[in-house]
Design a protein around this ligand. Structure first.
Ligand code: MG
Length: 309
């Protein structure tokens, strides 16, 4: 029904990008019909992909075995970002309920975090799990500044922070407090660095539209100051993932931008809708799934995701 999309393509800004793509591989639109889709997460064990349709208050599921799409969870509490932990469980950010949850093996939902020092979180946006089982997530205010992707409310915390949930204490601690709107996040493959985007420019004229790189302390629980790694040349960096060659594949207004480990923009995959997020999937981790405004896209690449999950 949706098939291959003409008018998409690649923009090669540095010859190294040619080795990252398969020149004749086409960008496919796997589904369309959302309002603002986000948060793709691929499950190797079941060969399916979950993502959010935030304003429609539902989560969708694409089945890799037959290409079918169905509603996975409705209502979804305006869920946004998702990831899969090392046990294969779905972890989700929810705007409306202002929490991070985990879907257990029996299908019940466990609240990972909904408050910080007694105050309600704003609206968790995106989440990633470290190999030690800790859960790191961003908490900008997009879900409480209007009624479209959540419900309008005051921020109880009064700041948009990045948090770490500790699997031992089951408590969260603030890891970064100097973001305007912290958004997507991902660890480097060796987990020595955490990259975080700041989309503060969406609501402040001169606000940030960049990605920062934080070193991670030897204890694995602390972040360095976080220098700017790259600044978007088209719209904002929202969600992103990193491949095994330490290249960053990030969302942007005109598609996906690929940065090498030094922060040089080496190429783009052009998509005809604003991209919100990506994730690697397929059984070899070489297929990039792309959530973009109303649609889900996919493209096979000549690179592999650093984490299949
Ligand atoms: Mg996001």
């Amino acid at each position: 029904m949706f098939g291959t999309i003409d008018g998409t393509g690649y923009e090669i800004l540095d010859p190294v990008f040619e080795d990252c793509i398969i020149g004749h591989a086409k960008i496919e639109r796997l589904w369309s019909g959302g309002r603002w889709v986000e948060g793709p997460a691929y499950f190797p064990a079941g060969r399916y992909l979950i993502w959010s349709d935030i304003p429609n208050n539902r989560m969708m599921r694409w089945d890799e075995t037959d290409g079918s799409v169905s509603v996975f969870r409705d209502p979804s509490n305006n869920s946004n970002g998702h990831t899969v932990d090392q046990q294969g469980r779905l972890i989700s950010c929810e705007h409306l309920s202002r929490r991070v949850i985990r879907t257990e093996f029996d299908g019940t939902l466990k609240v990972i975090a909904d408050r910080y020092r007694g105050d309600r979180l704003n609206s968790p946006n995106d989440v990633v799990v470290k190999s030690d089982g800790s859960v790191w997530f961003t908490d900008p205010s997009y879900g409480i500044i209007m009624d479209y992707e959540g419900a309008r409310a005051e921020s109880e915390i009064g700041a948009c922070n990045v948090y770490r949930w500790d699997p031992e204490s089951q408590e969260i601690e603030s890891m970064a407090t100097d973001y305007v709107k912290p958004n997507g996040l991902a660890f480097s493959p060796d987990e020595t660095a955490l990259f975080i985007t700041d989309t503060g420019g969406t609501h402040e004229a001169d606000g940030p539209r960049h990605m920062r790189r934080h070193s991670i302390g030897a204890d694995g629980k602390t972040l360095g100051a976080g220098e700017v790694f790259a600044t978007s040349t088209a719209g904002f960096f929202d969600g992103f993932r990193i491949d095994t060659g330490n290249r960053i594949w990030t969302s942007a207004m005109d598609g996906i931008h690929c940065y090498d480990s030094a922060g040089t923009l080496v190429g783009k995959i052009l998509i005809p809708e604003i991209v919100s997020n990506v994730c690697f999937g397929g059984l070899r981790g070489n297929r990039l799934f792309i959530t973009a405004t109303t649609s889900l896209y996919a493209i096979y690449l000549n690179v592999n995701g650093s984490r299949l999950l």
